[in-house]
Design a binder for this molecule. Structure first.
Ligand SMILES: Nc1nc2c(ncn2[C@@H]2O[C@H](COP(=O)(O)OP(=O)(O)OP(=O)(O)O)[C@@H](O)[C@H]2O)c(=O)[nH]1
Ligand SMILES: [Mg+2]
Length: 219
């Protein structure tokens, strides 16, 4: 797999546009095409990752206040049939219990039954191990036959060696769950891991690549 494709995918991903915000999954776009969901605890860095990979400062609102993203936000990657979804963060303590339970039911239904959903990007702050609800998400993804790509976000908060250790520890944690997954380091601040993420999104969303000129010889 080449960086060549990663750059083609990135170019396409830069063309991402906001589609719509939905307060519930009942109001989400038609279940056609391909969709990748970005999920994680509140404040994990979901919106920042979307803004960074799309090279658009304000596409997904990011904020220092946890729980700010209450709506399910849909973005079209060059087309409304290739979508990125910014899911509301979970684990925000101030949300009433009844609302949490209602939301969790909706989330589970979405992950298990949404046909256009082709992958889950699960984000977790590199300084925090996967928590109970992250594992819950991973099990729902497994139930839905959904591949999972884990981003260890805010990697810039740790030195190189500590980044590697965190990567290894989370890999081991995921392996013990016996789920198919891939994992990478990511930093929105340092723009670290963009190509790796672009490759995953490009493949899952089946984004077009430019015609290869590799076969042309001479002249
Ligand atoms: N140092 C550092 N800070 C980051 C990075 N990414 C996000 N942050 C900060 O972490 C906080 C939360 O980022 P968001 O992108 O809003 O997180 P979110 O997951 O969308 O949060 P909710 O929408 O509330 O669930 C903000 O203060 C960001 O500036 C990163 O790569 N490095
Ligand atoms: Mg957000």
């Amino acid at each position: 797999m080449s960086n060549h494709h990663a750059n083609d995918y990135l170019k396409k991903i830069h063309q991402t546009e906001f589609l719509l915000s939905a307060p519930t999954f009942k109001l989400c776009p038609d279940d056609v095409g391909f969709e990748v969901a970005f999920a994680g605890r509140s404040n994990a860095g979901k919106s920042s990752a979307i803004n960074t990979i799309t090279q658009q400062k304000q596409l997904a609102r990011s904020s220092k206040t946890p729980g700010r993203t209450q709506m399910i936000n849909f973005f079209g990657v060059g087309s409304e049939n290739s979508r990125i979804v910014d899911l509301p963060g979970y684990g925000y303590a101030a949300v009433p219990e009844a609302m949490k339970i209602k939301w969790q039911k909706e989330l589970e239904e979405y992950l298990v039954s949404r046909k256009s959903l082709v992958g889950l990007v699960l984000m977790t702050d590199i300084r925090h191990p996967l928590k109970y609800f992250d594992e819950q998400m991973l099990h729902w993804a497994k139930d839905g036959g959904l591949p999972v790509h884990v981003l260890l976000t805010k990697a810039d908060k740790l030195k190189h060696g500590a980044q590697k250790s965190a990567l290894l520890a989370t890999k081991q944690q995921l392996q013990s769950l016996e789920l198919p997954f891939s994992i990478q380091l990511f930093s929105a601040l340092k723009k670290q891991g963009l190509q790796e993420l672009a490759l995953v999104l490009g493949e899952w969303l089946q984004l077009p690549v430019a015609e290869s000129s590799d076969n042309h010889t001479g002249a």
